[in-house]
Write a protein that binds this ligand. Sequence first.
Ligand SMILES: Cc1ncc(C[n+]2csc(CCOP(=O)(O)OP(=O)(O)O)c2C)c(N)n1
Ligand SMILES: [Mg+2]
Length: 360
Amino acid sequence: MKHVLESVESQFEMFQILDENGKIVNKDAVPDLSDDDLKELMRRMVYTRVLDQRSIALNRQGRLGFYAPTAGQEASQLASHYALEKEDFLLPAYRDVPQLIWHGLPLYQAFLFSRGHFHGNQFPEGVNGFSPQIIIGAQYTQTAGVALGMKKRGKKSVAVTYTGDGGTSQGDFYEGINFAGAYGAPAIFFVQNNQFAISVPVEQQTAAKTLVQKSIAAGIEGIQVDGMDPFAVYVATKDARERAINGEGPTLIETVTYRYGPHTMAGDDPTRYRTDDLDNEWEKKDPLVRFRKYLEGKDLWSEEEENKVIDEAKDEIKKAIKKADEYPKQKVTDLIENMHEELPRNLKEQMEEYKEKESN
Ligand SMILES: Cc1ncc(C[n+]2csc(CCOP(=O)(O)OP(=O)(O)O)c2C)c(N)n1
Ligand SMILES: [Mg+2]
């Protein structure tokens, strides 16, 4: 028996195109991206790193609510999103706000989401996605459903979801990939393996050597990619999208990555469950560093260019937080109103009560 498992596990080799020194190690797989595309992808990663730093600071000042840090995961998040189209539907987890922003969610609304304000969940027309899912794994079953809906309507688009390494232990994870596989639904399932589920290391999460091998039981395609390599993530996503819209079914993509910060800003202390050595090892793999080196080698990036992006990001964040501050405060009646199309009797009573209180 054992040799069957070993032979399956050994077949999942991590896909890499750009190594940590910014050198191409897989020449045939380099994506056909224009210079402008390369610069835009770098810009988005730098911008998002700044957004992360500013969000952490704003949270500490009490100006943001829930926040899950993203630094380290930029290639996994943004190079995957770069391979998608506007009509694709995103079903993110709580750490995946950047993908929503680059899909069109205005920054001030992302800040309102962090504050628990309902307007943070009112996506503008044409921004195809759901609010970040807090229930681990739930977005996987929803994605299977959204993808099946697209297939039934004959749409040439995909449903794309993200969960973490810990998410693969949930029942919803298996149900989602199995259902999508059975119906040949055009879905892309990302597992961002950042090595920890809060404080639990991935080695304790599962006996499986890789997370991507879980695709086999569902009978769907799977690939493990270097999640710190923007090229590998982009190519794997583009490929999965192509196959999905050609009727070849869903794909599970494991991006091997790392979060530099704490799990969330709610108070976990990574020094209690991670060593400095491990942090240092992963910081050497940084997606921004390797992509910067690669682009500088092609004369496409400079310190000046990067500083421009940083200033631009800071300026836009400042304006967006001001806009979020100026947005009307959430009232209890807003909450009640947003819950139901038709109010049940008990809530009608409460509505009247709160309308009166709020008018005083
Ligand atoms: C169903 C469910 N169980 C438990 C939790 C509490 N919880 C929040 S985050 C988390 C860890 C998730 O880790 P992982 O899937 O690796 O994602 P990451 O935070 O690393 O991106 C847990 C257990 C939850 N939100 N939902
Ligand atoms: Mg994790």
